[in-house]
Design a protein around this ligand. Structure first.
Ligand SMILES: *[C@@H]1O[C@H](CO)[C@@H](O)[C@H](O)[C@H]1NC(C)=O
Ligand SMILES: *[C@@H]1O[C@H](CO)[C@@H](O)[C@H](O)[C@H]1NC(C)=O
Ligand SMILES: *[C@@H]1O[C@H](CO)[C@@H](O)[C@H](O)[C@H]1NC(C)=O
Ligand SMILES: *[C@@H]1O[C@H](CO)[C@@H](O)[C@H](O)[C@H]1NC(C)=O
Ligand SMILES: *[C@@H]1O[C@H](CO)[C@@H](O)[C@H](O)[C@H]1NC(C)=O
Ligand SMILES: *[C@@H]1O[C@H](CO)[C@@H](O)[C@H](O)[C@H]1NC(C)=O
Ligand SMILES: *[C@@H]1O[C@H](CO)[C@@H](O)[C@H](O)[C@H]1NC(C)=O
Length: 377
C-alpha cells in the first residue's frame, strides 16, 4: 500500500484529534489476577485454564500495540500497560531502525524503535521502553501468561533483538521455548498443537512469556526467540471486506497454531488510491462477541474451514466497542465465566498523537516519508 504525499497530509491532519475510550472497571479488578489464598490458583484469571494447553486457549491480541492514537498509522487507543491491564494476552509490534534521528543510548541497546512502516512516519518509542513496561506488568502479575509477537520487516540481526529483550529482563530462563535441539545441532520439529505446555506448567516454571519474531530469528544464536512461521500460520492481513477470509496466507497449517487477523481496513480515498487504514467503524462489528462477523462466529467459521481453531485473534482498537466485546468473546471461546460484570464503566483518557517528536523534527520526517513513498502496512 503506498501513500502519496497528498493523501498522507490529509490523513495526518486528523492525527491530532484525541479520542476517549471506555474500559470497564472490572478489568482492573479482576482480569489481572492476584491470587486469593483461599481459592485455587488461577492461570490468566481462571483456575480452569491452568490445565489447558497454551495452544488451546484463545488469546485476544492487540495489533500494533505500540501504535496509539488516531493517525493513519495507528491501530490502538490505549497504551501497552492499559492494554495488559485490560486482559489482552498477545501483544504485537513492529520495530525498525530509527535512522539515528533519535540517538540511541545505553537504555536502547537494540537501537530499534517501535514504528509503523517507518520511524519517519510513526514512532512509538524505543523497543526497550515498551518492553520495560511489559516486564513491569509481568512482575506484578505472576500468574499471567503472555505472548509477544514482533515483526522485523528490516530483517534486523537477531543479536540486536536479543539485546533489547535481555536488557529489559527477558531471557532463556524466563521465556518458554521448545528444547528441541538435537545432538547433531539440528532442530526437531517445532511443537505441534498438543505438545505445548499447559498454562499451569508455564506459570509454575516462571516461563510465562513466549516470544515470536516473523523474520530473521536464529535459534542457534538465540534459542528463545522463536520463528513465528515454525509455529503459527496466519490468514491474510489488510482485509477490506467482511466476512474475513480464513485461508492460510503466511505459514503452513500442519500442526501449527492459527493467528486470525481479525481487523478490517478501509480505503478512505476509494479503491483507486492504494492506501488503507483501520476501519474504526467496523470494530463495533468485528470486535463484538456476537453477530455473524463478531469474534465468536468468525473463530468458529474459520475453525470449520481450516480445521484449526485460532489460538490468537488480532484486533485493532481492542477497547472498542465500549462494552468490550473482545473480553466477552475470549471468555466464551475459553469456556470460562466473564470476570465480573461490565456495569461499572470508567473513562480512560486515550490517545496521543502520532507526532511524538519535537515539532521541529516533523517537517524533515514527513518530507523524507513522502520521498520514500512509504508502504503503510
Ligand atoms: C498509560 O495510560 C494510562 C491511562 O491513561 C496512564 O495512567 C499511564 O500513565 C500511561 N502510561 C504511560 C507509560 O504512558
Ligand atoms: C535514551 O533513549 C531513550 C529511547 O530513545 C530515551 O527515551 C531517553 O530519554 C534517552 N536517554 C538519554 C539520557 O538521552
Ligand atoms: C543476554 O544474556 C545472556 C545470558 O545472560 C548472555 O549470554 C547474552 O550474551 C546476552 N545477550 C546480549 C545481546 O546482551
Ligand atoms: C533473566 O531475567 C531475570 C529478570 O526478569 C533475571 O532475574 C535473571 O537473572 C535473568 N537470567 C539470566 C540467566 O540472565
Ligand atoms: C483468501 O486468502 C487466500 C490466501 O491469501 C487467497 O488465496 C484467496 O484468494 C482469498 N480469497 C478471497 C475470496 O479473497
Ligand atoms: C464511520 O461512520 C461515520 C458515521 O456513520 C461516517 O461519517 C464515516 O465516514 C465512517 N468512516 C469510515 C472510515 O467508514
Ligand atoms: C465448559 O465448562 C462447563 C462447566 O465448567 C463444562 O460442563 C463443559 O463441558 C465445558 N465445555 C467445554 C467445551 O469444554
Amino acid at each position: 500500500m503506498h501513500l502519496t504525499a497528498a493523501s498522507t497530509l490529509l490523513f495526518l491532519s486528523t492525527a491530532l484529534q484525541a479520542s476517549a475510550s471506555l474500559l470497564p472497571a472490572w478489568y482492573f479488578d479482576k482480569a489481572t489476577s492476584t491470587t486469593n489464598l483461599a481459592a485455587a490458583p488461577t492461570c490468566n484469571g481462571h483456575a480452569e485454564l491452568c490445565s489447558k494447553s497454551y495452544a488451546d486457549v484463545v488469546y485476544i491480541g492487540a495489533h500494533n500495540s505500540y501504535a496509539v492514537g488516531d493517525g493513519v498509522s495507528d491501530n490502538q487507543a490505549v497504551n501497552i500497560t492499559t492494554t495488559l491491564k485490560g486482559g489482552i494476552r498477545l501483544i504485537q509490534g513492529q520495530a525498525h531502525e530509527n535512522y539515528g534521528v533519535f540517538r540511541s543510548n545505553e537504555s536502547n541497546p537494540s537501537e530499534l524503535s517501535l514504528c509503523h512502516t517507518s520511524c519517519l512516519l510513526q514512532d512509538g518509542g524505543s523497543l526497550e521502553d515498551y518492553l520495560r513496561s511489559v516486564r513491569a506488568w509481568l512482575n506484578e502479575n505472576p500468574r499471567e501468561v503472555l505472548t509477544i509477537l514482533m515483526t522485523n520487516p528490516d530483517r534486523v540481526d537477531i543479536r540486536r533483538w536479543e539485546a533489547g529483550f535481555n536488557s529489559t529482563g527477558f531471557n532463556a530462563s524466563n521465556t518458554w521455548w521448545p528444547d528441541n535441539k538435537r545432538a547433531d545441532g539440528s532442530y526437531g520439529p517445532s511443537p505441534s498443537r498438543d505438545q505445548w505446555p499447559t498454562l499451569g506448567e508455564m506459570i509454575d516454571q516462571d516461563k510465562r512469556v513466549v516470544i515470536f519474531l516473523d523474520y530473521a530469528s536464529d535459534r542457534d544464536q538465540v534459542s528463545w526467540i522463536l520463528a513465528e512461521f515454525d509455529s503459527i500460520y496466519e490468514n491474510p492481513f489488510d482485509q477490506l471486506d467482511l466476512p474475513f477470509n480464513c485461508s492460510v496466507d503466511r505459514g503452513r497449517t500442519e500442526g501449527t497454531l492459527a493467528l486470525l487477523n481479525n481487523n478490517k481496513n478501509t480505503q478512505p480515498l476509494g479503491s483507486t488510491v492504494a492506501i488503507s487504514t483501520p476501519d474504526r467503524n467496523a470494530t463495533s462489528t468485528t470486535n463484538s462477541a456476537d453477530g455473524e462477523n463478531g469474534i465468536v462466529s468468525t473463530v468458529q467459521r474459520c475453525a470449520s474451514e481450516t480445521r484449526t481453531r485460532a489460538t490468537f485473534v488480532l484486533v485493532d482498537y481492542w477497547d472498542t466497542p465500549a462494552k468490550n466485546g473482545v473480553a466477552e468473546a475470549a471468555a466464551r471461546l475459553n469456556n470460562v465465566s466473564r470476570p465480573g460484570s461490565a456495569k461499572d464503566m470508567i473513562p480512560s483518557s486515550a490517545s496521543r498523537s502520532i507526532f511524538q517528536h519535537p515539532s521541529a523534527l516533523l517537517v524533515p520526517h514527513l518530507a523524507a516519508a513522502f520521498a520514500l513513498g512509504l508502504a503503510l502496512l
